[in-house]
Design a protein around this ligand. Structure first.
Ligand SMILES: Cc1cc2nc3c(=O)[nH]c(=O)nc-3n(C[C@H](O)[C@H](O)[C@H](O)COP(=O)(O)OP(=O)(O)OC[C@H]3O[C@@H](n4cnc5c(N)ncnc54)[C@H](O)[C@@H]3O)c2cc1C
Ligand code: FES
Length: 336
């Protein structure tokens, strides 16, 4: 069975050639890239935007997205920071092999995480490399004179770089080395946020779940909590698990380097999906039974729905403990 790359249901991006102009390390595993479109013109973009890149690795074209850092040094370049992930399908590793002058394929900036600017107060919470979309937002809010608090939780090698680059925020920036030390500050910040305030989060699944639980406990409106997910890993490492699709009578293994969604498509099973980041819920299927624990990596379902273990988002969630799962795909796309 040949693994396939998944197309998006959105309008295909308009790819264009570009050149890596410069790159340098912000830390031992985070590198800054400056990419110049060969047309010579960059498109304008708003805080929270990202740049789609088409990379050739693993035998076929794959799309990866990188949040654009504000305040490009030179006009005419897009700047983004990439964390090198060793246990991944290889997109970040591929970028780390590039040298100035190498060719790239990019599309114009897109923004799925727009900043409203309309509210009296903003709480931004970044975990690790999740600082990248919030970096430009924090500087833009600061310049606009908005009330703002940025809680940055990171052990990353680039932490000092970003903390220094954001020093204009003064006391509005709080930096913590890990979630345990940040937890009391996050709890206080959620409780103290203006009732009309908004929170923007980008970081690992555990951080997002923690903030969401606090948000729900404070009975704050769900629409005022905004996420960007980087399709991050879950609580457990990727392992092989077995899946049986009850309504089709088909069983197969999902290897560590393929998602359940990719494996369904590899086996010619029609599957609905959109974001492929655990945000939209379109890929969700019913779980009939399972052995081993479900590592829910989506942000679409609530904590209560995760605990029920009766649905999972096939694009990101997995079974841990070399387990197995029986699913039913007939209700795909039906929202409860
Ligand atoms: C809008 C947006 C903005 C982004 N901005 C940045 C940025 O500024 N900087 C940055 O470094 N990254 C950013 N990313 C993430 C980036 O696009 C890539 O996902 C990242 O570089 C990893 O790519 P990869 O191919 O190396 O890893 P991938 O293989 O895509 O792995 C990414 C994560 O998915 C998990 N994973 C891997 N395989 C599977 C599988 N089979 N099933 C389930 N989970 C799996 C891994 O544990 C890993 O944590 C952004 C992503 C999005 C969507
Ligand atoms: S495709 Fe959007 S949650 Fe899976």
């Amino acid at each position: 069975m040949n693994p396939r790359s998944l197309p998006s249901v959105h309008t295909p991006p308009r790819w264009e050639p570009a050149t890596l102009a410069r790159c340098h390390d912000l830390g031992s595993d985070v590198r800054l890239f400056e990419v110049r479109p060969d047309s010579g013109a960059t498109a304008p973009y708003t805080p929270g935007s990202h740049l789609p890149l088409q990379l050739e690795f693993d035998g076929h074209p794959q799309t990866r997205h990188y949040s654009l850092l504000e305040e490009a040094g030179d006009a005419g370049v897009y700047r983004f920071a990439v964390k090198r992930l060793v246990h991944s399908r290889g997109g970040s590793e591929h970028l780390w092999q590039l040298a100035p002058g190498d060719k790239l394929t990019i599309a114009g900036p897109a923004n799925h995480f727009p900043l409203s600017f309309a509210n009296p107060e903003y709480l931004l919470i970044a975990g690790g490399i999740g600082i990248t979309p919030l970096y430009g937002m924090a500087l833009a809010l600061h310049r606009a004179g908005k009330r703002l608090r940025l809680i940055y939780v990171s052990r990353d090698s680039a932490r000092e770089h970003f903390a220094t680059a954001l020093s204009a925020l003064g006391a509005a920036l709080e930096v913590y080395p890990d979630s345990a030390s940040a937890a009391p500050a996050i709890q206080r910040a959620v409780a103290a946020l203006d009732p009309a305030g908004e929170a923007y989060i980008c970081g690992p699944a555990g951080l997002r779940r923690h903030v969401r639980a606090l948000w729900e406990a404070e009975a704050r409106p769900p629409w005022a909590l905004r996420y960007e997910t980087f399709a991050n890993g879950g609580e457990r490492p990727e392992e092989t698990f077995e899946v049986s699709v009850r309504n089709l009578g088909i069983s197969f293994e999902v290897p560590p380097h393929r998602s359940l969604l990719e494996s369904l498509i590899d086996h010619d099973i029609e599957a609905l999906y959109d974001c492929q980041r655990g945000e939209c819920g379109l890929c969700a299927v019913d779980v009939v039974s399972h052995e081993g624990s479900i590592d829910h990596r989506d942000v679409y379902f609530s904590a209560r729905q995760h605990a029920a273990d009766d649905k999972l988002c096939t694009c990101v969630s997995r079974i841990a403990g070399h387990g197995r799962v029986v699913i039913d795909t007939r209700r795909q796309g039906i929202r409860d």
